[in-house]
Design a protein around this ligand. Structure first.
Ligand SMILES: *[C@@H]1O[C@H](CO)[C@@H](O)[C@H](O)[C@H]1NC(C)=O
Ligand SMILES: *[C@@H]1O[C@H](CO)[C@@H](O)[C@H](O)[C@H]1NC(C)=O
Ligand SMILES: *[C@@H]1O[C@H](CO)[C@@H](O)[C@H](O)[C@H]1NC(C)=O
Length: 466
């Protein structure tokens, strides 16, 4: 009656010589939207090219907004915004086909003042995948949407589609970067039904550590701390001990590479360790809310930064209550080397998925007293695109495109309201510009106004039956 919902897929990947060769992506676009200037982000030493001076922006009509009084703590890529009232594309020439990381940055500011006739709600697609459907950005912190997409053409088109005639789309920055080949195995991208999945990162967590920022990650990712996902059934923190390791992480040929997980993630963990010669009868548990209706790829990162010698660490891993890895022997999986990273992937099917993914790590029958009986260093959860090639709802791109784009009458109405919408924005920013200097507002970039004419040595391991 209780059929397993975790698919018995499990693997750790063979990896290139990442330990000695630095990652250098062949496609590497960093675009700051709504400006012609090049923006240097001091926090992570990267420089973003303004879309106003880059051929990637292929929209004929758009609006560039600039925040004249930005929060000094806010990365400069969020100081300018590109606004679209019609479906519009950024087109990236792809030098090397294959998996790409796509990150889209949104920072919502004072748009709501534009008035009720106009609001930001939109769809985003990329080469046929629906990435966002009826997306609404909330005010507050910037939102970064992080995707993994297999590009099999020599162009990647990222399209912004206003949800209806009264809405507009906006974007602050876009990153398109060739992904390392070992990041997500091809088997996962192509499913049995020959569906090519796109992925969206829904959680990327450094367990027991502090936030890892793009500066400290060779793929410029963010890893957030795990505290908010820990479930403490008995209110006790005792067996959820945090550990930080100051030594060197031993990346191995055939193990996880630095691109799979950075030192700053692997060098922290939470542990279960035996106390007073007895093995605790307890799991460490993390709970992650997810949307139903999708498959998820769950990746658990392990690195034994805690044991005093090899061959002493054994534990069980459960995903949504199913034993997915029994007696995980971290020493043998890392070729009997301490502080050497290993990761395991599990695919969780949507059928029986409740609205959470729960991970338990606990002692196994091989666990030893005086030793470590469970460890976790990091965790990632990716949503996999569904059979409609969507990562956001049961909707395919054709449906979004056909919506209100067809029909002469509709189109005319659309372009009319589109123009009204644009005017409303322009009016707002101009008014704000003439207001007192100390009001926080958005102003238009003078040069960009309105009509812009821009031209492991570990093979796939044993199937685990749950
Ligand atoms: C990078 O990591 C080091 C610790 O390894 C930390 O001291 C530093 O603050 C981090 N830098 C950023 C920008 O996150
Ligand atoms: C750990 O979690 C699993 C799965 O939820 C459960 O079957 C097992 O009984 C738990 N172990 C302990 C000691 O609580
Ligand atoms: C788009 O137009 C169709 C009619 O062509 C209408 O039924 C639908 O509700 C519209 N959708 C949106 C999102 O405005």
């Amino acid at each position: 009656m209780h059929t397993p919902i975790v698919h018995p897929l499990l693997l750790s990947l063979a990896v290139s010589i990442a330990v000695v060769t630095a990652f250098s992506p062949s496609d590497h676009y960093l675009i700051d939207c709504g400006t012609t200037a090049t923006t240097v982000v001091d926090f992570d030493h990267r420089s973003f090219t303004g879309d106003g001076s880059s051929p990637v922006l292929s929209a004929t009509k758009s609006l560039a907004l600039k925040n004249s009084n930005p929060d000094p703590n806010l990365s400069p890529i969020y100081h300018t915004t590109r606004v679209f009232t019609k479906p519009s594309d950024y087109k990236f020439k792809i030098k090397e086909k294959g998996p790409h990381l796509v990150r889209i940055h949104f920072y919502k500011s004072d748009f709501k003042n534009i008035g009720s006739t106009c609001h930001d709600q939109f769809h985003v697609s990329a080469n046929g995948y629906v990435l966002l459907h009826n997306f609404l950005a909330f005010k507050g912190n910037p939102r970064i949407k992080d995707f993994f997409i297999l590009v099999d053409k020599d162009e990647l088109a990222i399209r912004f589609i206003p949800a209806d005639k009264t809405s507009f789309a906006f974007v602050n920055a876009i990153e398109v970067i060739s992904a390392p080949k070992d990041l997500i195995a091809n088997d996962y991208v192509r499913s049995d039904q020959n569906i090519r999945h796109a992925y969206e990162t829904v959680y990327r967590v450094s367990v027991g550590g502090v936030k890892v920022t793009p500066f400290n990650d060779s793929l410029w990712r963010n890893w957030i701390p795990d505290d908010e996902f820990l479930k403490l059934d008995d209110g006790s923190l005792k067996s959820y001990k945090k550990l930080h390791f100051d030594g060197r992480i031993n990346y191995r040929l055939g193990g996880a590479s630095r691109e799979v997980g950075p030192d700053n993630m692997y060098n922290s963990a939470r542990l279960i360790s035996s106390l007073d010669d007895s093995i605790p009868k307890q799991n460490m548990t993390w709970v992650f809310p997810v949307n139903k209706g999708f498959s998820y790829l769950v990746r658990l990162h392990f690195c034994d930064i805690a044991s005093i010698s090899i061959g002493m660490i054994y534990f069980n891993v459960y995903v949504n209550g199913n034993l997915v890895y029994e007696n995980l022997d971290l020493s043998s999986l890392t070729n009997y080397m301490l502080a050497s990273p290993f990761y395991a992937d599990f695919v969780v099917d949507p059928e029986k998925l409740s609205d959470v993914i729960r991970v338990d790590i606990g002692p196994s029958r091989l666990s030893m007293s005086h030793a470590i009986d469970g460890i976790l260093n990091g965790l990632e959860i990716w949503k996999m695109s569904n059979s409609m090639s969507s990562l956001d709802g049961e909707v395919c791109l054709e449906q979004l495109e056909s919506k209100n784009q067809s029909g002469g009458q509709m189109n005319r109405l659309l372009s009319l309201t589109g123009a009204v919408c644009l005017l409303a924005i322009a009016f707002l920013v101009m008014r704000r510009k003439t207001e007192a200097k100390d009001t926080v507002g958005w102003s238009q970039v003078p040069t960009d106004v309105s009509e812009i004419d821009l031209k492991s040595s570990y093979p796939k391991s044993a199937v685990v039956n749950v």
